[in-house]
Design a protein. Structure first.
Length: 227
């Protein structure tokens, strides 16, 4: 009886506890991202996703205009960390596969230089050089499905992951910037409705942090192997 029970646990019903996965889409947008997941209870797992953004990838950012400000191409670089907890809902699946619901926390820190030309109302052109630091924290819930393929390989789908994002933007002037530059940026954001949507007192200023609350979304696909 003892030998039979051991065979059932470690033989035909062997559970692969270490799940490593890679996002194959993110490199197209300049980010490498990996996830490690492991069960802690029956059908419940914890994981950590770590990523690094090294370029804009296919989304090259160039020639953006805010009224009288036109930017050069620029990139943001930085890290991403996503701790996560999941509950797999189906009893018929062995291990961490099938439908799941969960909660996540996402932290991102990205830095980049913004350069461009600003033209004042008096047609005076100023060269703008600013270091931008964007620090973002998200909390949210998610639903998805992990499909086992064969011999430990799987596909992990996050179907939906709505949440709330708390963003801190800091613009550090490498060279002095005309005061009217920030007035124009805030006026442009107000015209398109962003400031009114977030906070009536919201304003971007130089050499200080600006808090920007927004909605957050998480979705994607990963390829992985369990062992």
């Amino acid at each position: 009886m003892i030998h039979c029970a051991i065979y059932k646990v470690y033989g035909q019903n062997y559970i692969r506890k270490n799940h490593l996965s890679f996002d194959p889409i993110q490199p197209l947008f300049g980010t490498l991202q990996f996830q490690y997941e492991r069960p802690i209870l029956n059908k419940i797992s914890v994981s950590l996703t770590a990523g690094y953004k090294f370029s804009s990838g296919l989304l090259n950012i160039a020639d953006i205009s805010f009224q009288r400000f036109e930017t050069d191409e620029f990139n943001f670089e930085g890290i991403k960390l996503i701790p996560e907890i999941r509950w797999y809902t189906q009893k018929s699946h062995i291990g961490l596969t099938g439908f799941f619901v969960g909660a996540y926390f996402r932290y991102q820190n990205r830095i980049g230089d913004i350069e461009g030309d600003y033209t004042s109302l008096s047609n005076e052109v100023s060269r703008i050089l600013i270091e931008a630091n964007l620090n973002t924290s998200n909390i949210g819930i998610e639903i998805g499905y992990k499909l086992e393929i064969k011999n430990g390989f799987f596909i992990d789908f996050i179907i939906a992951g709505p949440g709330i994002s708390f963003n801190n933007l800091e613009l550090i002037e490498i060279e002095p910037v005309p005061d009217a530059f920030y007035d124009d940026i805030n006026e442009t954001l107000r015209d398109i409705g962003i400031i009114d949507l977030l906070d009536s007192d919201f304003r971007i200023n130089g050499n200080q942090k600006t808090s920007i609350p927004t909605l957050a979304f998480r979705y994607g696909i990963k390829l992985g192997y369990a062992f």
